[in-house]
Design a protein around this ligand. Structure first.
Ligand code: GRF
Length: 210
C-alpha cells in the first residue's frame, strides 16, 4: 500500500477531502509548518499522526526541509501531497521527491502562477478559471499539469465567490488524481513527460467542470 504524507499550513479542507475519499493509499502522516493550522485538528479527528515543524525554528530553508525529510523518512513515506502548504521548498527537497510529490494550485496553469489567482482572473476578465494538479518541480507552480477542474466565471463573481467554487472543485479533483498516483496510473518520466495509463499525457485530464 502506498504511504502518503500530506503537508499543510492552513485550514486543510483538501486534506479533509483526501481523508474522506478512502484512497487505496494510506495517509500515514500530516506535517504542518504552522502550529495553529486547523488541518492538524482534522488529522487528529481522523487518527492520523501529525507533526508540527515550524519553519521559524530553523536558520535556513535547507535546515527546515531536512527536518521535514527526516520525519517523512521516519514514516517511510512513498508520496508527498502538498495541500495548502505555504512554503517554498528547496531544490534538494524537491529533487528527493521528484515524480512523487503533487501540488494543487487554484488556477488553470500555466496561467496565474503564484498568489491572488482569483483577483487576477477577474481583473483580466477571463471566462474560465479553475484548479490544476501538477508534479512539483524546482520552479514554482511550473511542473507539468496532470489534471484540471474548470469553473465558468460569472459576471457577478467576486474573488470570494470564485475562490469558494474553485475550492469546492479542488476537493473533487485532488483525491481523484492522488488515487491515480496510488494505483500506479501516473508515471513521472521527466519534467515534460508523464505517462497516464501507459500513454504520454499530452493535455491535462479534465476531471470536472462547474
Ligand atoms: C487551496 O486553494 C489550494 O489550491 C492552495 O491552497 C489552498 C489550500 O486550502 N494550494 P485548504 O487548506 O486545503 O483548505
Amino acid at each position: 500500500m502506498i504511504k502518503i504524507a500530506v503537508l499543510v499550513s492552513g485550514s486543510g479542507s483538501n486534506l479533509q477531502a483526501l481523508i474522506d475519499a478512502n484512497l487505496s493509499g494510506k495517509i500515514v502522516g500530516v506535517v504542518s509548518n504552522r502550529p495553529n493550522a486547523y488541518a492538524l485538528e482534522r488529522a487528529k479527528k481522523a487518527n492520523i499522526p501529525s507533526c508540527i515543524i515550524e519553519h521559524k525554528d530553523f536558520p535556513t530553508r535547507e535546515a527546515f526541509d531536512d527536518a521535514m525529510q527526516k520525519q517523512l523518512q521516519a514514516w517511510d513515506v512513498d508520496v508527498v501531497i502538498l495541500a495548502g502548504f505555504m512554503r517554498i521548498l528547496t531544490p534538494k527537497f524537491v529533487h528527493a521527491w521528484e515524480g512523487r510529490m503533487l501540488n494543487i494550485h487554484p488556477s488553470l496553469l500555466p496561467a496565474y502562477k503564484g498568489m491572488h489567482t482569483h483577483q487576477r482572473v477577474l481583473r483580466t476578465g477571463d471566462m474560465w478559471h479553475g484548479c490544476s494538479v501538477h508534479f512539483v518541480t524546482a520552479e514554482l507552480d511550473a511542473g507539468q499539469t496532470i489534471a484540471q477542474g474548470v469553473v465558468q466565471v460569472q459576471h457577478h463573481d467576486t474573488a470570494e465567490s470564485l475562490a469558494a467554487r474553485v475550492h469546492q472543485l479542488e476537493h473533487v479533483v485532488y483525491p481523484q488524481v492522488v488515487e491515480l498516483l496510488c494505483q500506479g496510473h501516473l508515471l513521472y518520466q521527466s519534467n515534460t513527460q508523464i505517462l497516464y495509463k501507459g500513454k504520454i499525457l499530452k493535455d491535462p485530464l479534465q476531471i470536472c467542470q462547474i
